[in-house]
Design a protein around this ligand. Sequence first.
Ligand code: FES
Length: 256
Amino acid sequence: MATMTARERLGARRHPPQPGRTGRRDAWWVEPVVTIVILGGFILYSLWAVLQGSNYVAEPYLSPFYSPLLRPDWWPYSPAILIMWAPLGFRLTCYYYRKAYYRAFFWDPPACAVGEARRGDYGGEARFPYVLQNLHRFTLFAAAVVLLFLWYDTIHAFFFPNGFGVGLGTLVLLANVVLLTGYTLSCHSFRHLIGGGTDCFTCSAAARMRYGVWRWASALNGRHAFWAWTSLVSVAVADLYVRLVASGAIRDVRLF
Ligand code: FES
């Protein structure tokens, strides 16, 4: 699979790539453009936010990019760098995002039945660096641990220095963690973890329960793209809100 046969090499020479060439009449280019704008914007913003190393706490709020907050004495840089590998690795290797960024950024191809940017050396995800995409099933566990900390941070966001309450920041962090939970539980690897590797869903009470959870995970999985995009935006919005409050640019609205 990884190397081309002589016949394939000959075919590649006879049919050079024709980027963007298609007989399609619909606006196939909208999806790649939207992906470039939103995903590219998020990558730039998150890189900037992670490298800041400041304005990530506005009690009782903590920016999701910095959770769990690790500040060991031996680390002089932004604490977010220590934990970013988990959510970043999870998103980068996500099956849905792969499709989105292969199309938008690599034009490989940009859409169904549209000419790709290059051809002839397709090796699937069996060669370096694409073989690293197979780590997704493991990054799921790391992301799940981070998610637990984000839930802890969200509960903490109800407890202000002067007691229990709800601020606009509380709701922003709550919405973010709900969307991130939807994204994590709708993951293809999670669905496989729940329902894969079994021949019988009715053989025991445990198997029937597993089947029920699998159906629930499958329903979430059907909207994985929705969870992927909404949670991407919510993470950036939550960080921005905490950052603006922490820097004094805005005041948190205390609802009660
Ligand atoms: S497939 Fe998208 S998070 Fe697992």
